[in-house]
Ligand binder design. Structure first.
Ligand code: NAP
Length: 298
């Protein structure tokens, strides 16, 4: 389940060999799982877990993201509480709102859409969230739990990649993995999740020497850089699993960090952009919101 052959991709021609990892289909499966879990939770505990979303200012892209998250919550039966604050809101007022959401038993997850307006510190806002409700998995406590291999809420995009691998039948144990990009949001937690799954991980960045050689040594290659089609066919080990996290808007439309057509000739399985990693992020946010509610003592 969850993948089809790249022969089916319009415009790719017949030369591609890699299996296509269908993030849309795998995300739909996860959403269905969450919907079942929410229904069971409500039946057992008698209350509906809810995600609180916090949008500050009028950035159109942020508004679109938040709307998509609220819609996704409603589709799986999770509740949602939305707060939209003006762009010039005082720092203390935002922190007080997060405190009130931390204390609200009806709220199981809190998402503060980033980036906030310039006068607010995104790290401070994130840190104000109770780690038990940190469904983005970005607080220091959540990052620390992951670093120590302890239970906790994991950042949504790398958690989504782990689910893509599982759904494709890829067990990272004993495999070599290369993650290109070391951001706190994605690259570092990705490397840690792969390490926890017993892969041997190389975490690469802009100062990595001989990056194509390192990439070519990996059974699992994950690219999260933000450079259109940087990873060419000669970066890919034959048969490797290639996960493209990049989202780049170009004149030709949305493209990833991997040259999809060229890499498909060499890889064993590959995610497209769009329709690969992207759909998993919101699905994992829903899963985290349910998990946060389930972790709460009765
Ligand atoms: N699908 C999703 O839901 C999702 C979620 C998150 C991110 N993304 C996408 O993933 C990409 C990365 O996001 P991010 O937040 O992790 O980005 P980021 O914070 O900008 O980090 C980029 C990383 O790439 C490294 N890098 C930059 N140029 C490089 C080069 N020439 N060679 C090797 N490494 C290089 C940087 O190295 P240094 O540390 O040395 O500067 C940095 O570690 C973006 O396109 C973003 O839109 C997608």
């Amino acid at each position: 389940m969850g993948f089809s052959n790249v022969y089916g991709v319009p415009g790719l021609g017949k030369r591609g060999r890699a299996r296509l990892i269908d993030g849309k289909a795998i995300a739909a499966e996860l959403r269905a799982e969450v919907a079942t879990g929410v229904a069971a939770f409500v039946a057992e505990r008698g209350w509906t877990p809810a995600l609180a979303t916090l949008l500050i200012g009028d950035d159109p892209a942020s508004a679109v993201y938040v709307r998509a998250k609220i819609k996704a919550c409603n589709e799986v039966g999770l509740g949602s509480v939305h707060h939209h604050l003006p762009a010039d809101v005082a720092r203390d007022q935002v922190l007080a709102l997060i405190d009130s959401l931390n204390a609200d038993p009806a709220v199981s997850g809190i998402l503060c859409q980033l980036p906030p307006p310039a006068h607010l510190d995104p790290a401070e806002l994130t840190e104000q969230i109770d780690p038990a409700k940190d469904v983005d998995g970005l607080t220091i406590a959540s990052a620390g739990a992951l670093a120590l291999g302890l239970p906790g809420l994991r950042p949504c995009t790398p958690a989504g990649v782990m689910r893509l691998l599982a759904a494709t039948g890829v067990d990272p144990s004993g495999r070599s993995a290369a993650v290109i990009g070391r951001s706190n949001l994605f690259g570092k937690p990705m490397a840690q999740l792969l390490t926890m799954a017993d892969a041997t991980v190389t975490l690469c960045h802009s100062r990595t020497a001989d990056l194509p050689v390192t990439a070519r040594g990996a059974d699992i290659l994950v690219a999260a850089v933000g450079r259109p089609e940087m990873v060419g066919a000669d970066w890919v080990k034959p048969g490797a699993v290639v996960i493209d996290v990049g989202i780049n808007r170009t004149e030709d439309g949305l493209v990833g960090d991997v040259d999809f057509v060229a890499a498909s000739e060499v890889a064993g399985a590959i995610t497209p952009v769009p329709g690969g990693v992207g759909p998993m992020t919101i699905a994992c946010l829903l899963a985290n919101t349910l998990e946060a509610a389930e972790r709460r003592p009765r």
